[in-house]
Design a protein around this ligand. Structure first.
Ligand code: 9MR
Length: 396
């Protein structure tokens, strides 16, 4: 006797299960990607190239040994950035030692596959080693910073397309002049730490595209408006002092179901950056979907995809955007699922923020990103005159 499972006969149910399992396994092979139409001329990098962009992902170097993960990078990316490997914590096990093991893995991988690389990040208030506080003082801080930059930028000289020299220097609620964050480097060196870092990076590799990278500039709300103004003030002041600065990174950590639009504020910000003669990169794109009030996966995936579309249609309209980096590959590794969950609305629901799912199957987000590249290509944004600027040695 046939009994019903989820309204279907047992035989139908088992056959659906078998198909799903086969699809999950098959979706992990390059042949399956070709069938799904996402490789070669249908890859993200091919569509990005037509739109005058480099594109790729933040890389977890521990996953480079997973052939499926590595294959996606090679197939889809024209530029990569390490998610952690070039921060102080992995690089500086002790005050007088450097450990380049993880970073070298990625640099070798990128070179082998002829993929561009970004460096991230030389100066940040996080990922600072435990020994830092007891070792770095007002007297030796400048030397530590300059030596770090000389060693790290110097090691990869000629191998990086750009470097995030200073990351997230603005935090108005810290009540410091210029809205600067009261970070460890600010406490030790005052506001000058920023220009010290940029000058040291230029000295270590004169051909690098030196980038200031920050978040919280995407939305049409007061908080982001204030951050945009403060960041622009900082950039203008650096330029007026002749500090070597070539590009601005817009982190692009956006949210689904967020009660503010993405539009004029971001457009004006990007134009102002452009007027300063700087390139633009979207550096850490992903979608936080914690606010979505429903659990249904196809519905969530559709909303996440639409969130990518809404952002990229504004973000990619500026011709000086030269690269789009997505902050991870597959949902099982997004940083949004790490760390404490008490502040999350859906603490038990893993986020589906990235273009590939846990089995590296492309999701609606993948196609939304690719369509946004096509939209830029169609609208001709990439062919509009961009600023004559030396950072054009991007290879695109
Ligand atoms: O995604 C990164 C996560 O895996 C790391 O644990 C964390 C600390 O190194 O940094 C995360 O990346 C951050 C990036 O470097 C700067 N902008 C915010 C990103 C998310 O926190």
């Amino acid at each position: 006797m046939e009994y019903l499972l989820a309204g279907r006969s047992r035989r139908e149910f088992l056959s659906t299960l078998a198909q799903a399992a086969a699809f999950t396994l098959a979706s992990r092979t390059p042949a399956a990607w070709a069938q799904q139409g996402i490789s070669g001329p249908n890859s993200l990098k091919a569509h990005a190239h037509r739109a005058g962009l480099l594109t790729g992902f933040a890389v977890d170097t521990n996953l480079l040994s997973d052939p499926t993960y590595a294959r996606i990078l090679v197939e889809q990316a024209s530029i990569l950035v390490p998610e952690r490997a070039l921060k102080w914590v992995p690089l500086r096990p002790s005050p007088d030692k450097f450990d380049f093991t993880q970073a070298d893995l990625l640099v070798d991988f990128a070179q082998r596959h002829k993929i561009h690389l970004r460096g991230h990040t030389l100066v940040w208030h996080e990922a600072i080693p435990d020994w830092f506080d007891s070792t770095v003082t007002k007297d030796n801080a400048r030397r530590f910073l300059e030596e770090h930059i000389a060693a790290v930028v110097g090691r990869y000289k000629g191998k990086m397309q750009s470097w995030d020299v200073v990351n997230e220097a603005i935090l108005p609620k810290d009540n410091q002049p210029g809205g600067l964050r009261n970070s460890p480097w600010f406490k030790l060196l005052g506001p000058d730490y920023i220009e010290i870092a940029f000058r040291a990076a230029r000295k270590a590799d004169p051909h690098l595209v030196l980038t200031y990278n920050d978040y919280g500039v995407e939305y049409d709300n007061d908080e982001d408006a204030e951050r945009r103004k403060l960041i622009l003030d900082l950039l203008r002041s650096l330029k007026s002092k002749g500090v070597p600065l070539d590009a601005v990174g817009i982190q692009s950590h956006i949210k689904a179901a967020y009660p503010a639009t993405i539009g004029q504020g971001l457009r004006d910000y990007m134009s102002a950056v452009r007027d300063l003669g700087l390139q633009l990169f979207l550096t850490e794109l992903d979608v936080n979907e914690d606010d979505l009030p429903y659990d249904d996966v196809p519905h969530r995936d559709q909303t996440i995809a639409q969130t990518y579309t809404d952002f990229l249609n504004v973000g990619l309209a500026n011709p000086d955007v030269k690269a789009v980096l997505i902050w991870g590959v597959g949902d099982s590794h997004t940083w949004l699922n790490n760390g404490p969950t008490h502040h999350r609305k859906q603490p038990n629901r893993p986020q589906r923020s990235l273009p590939f799912d846990n089995d590296y199957k492309p999701k609606p987000a993948f196609f939304a990103i690719r369509d946004a590249f096509d939209q830029r290509h169609r609208s001709g944004s990439n062919t509009k005159k961009s600023n004559p600027h030396k950072a054009d040695h991007l290879g695109i």
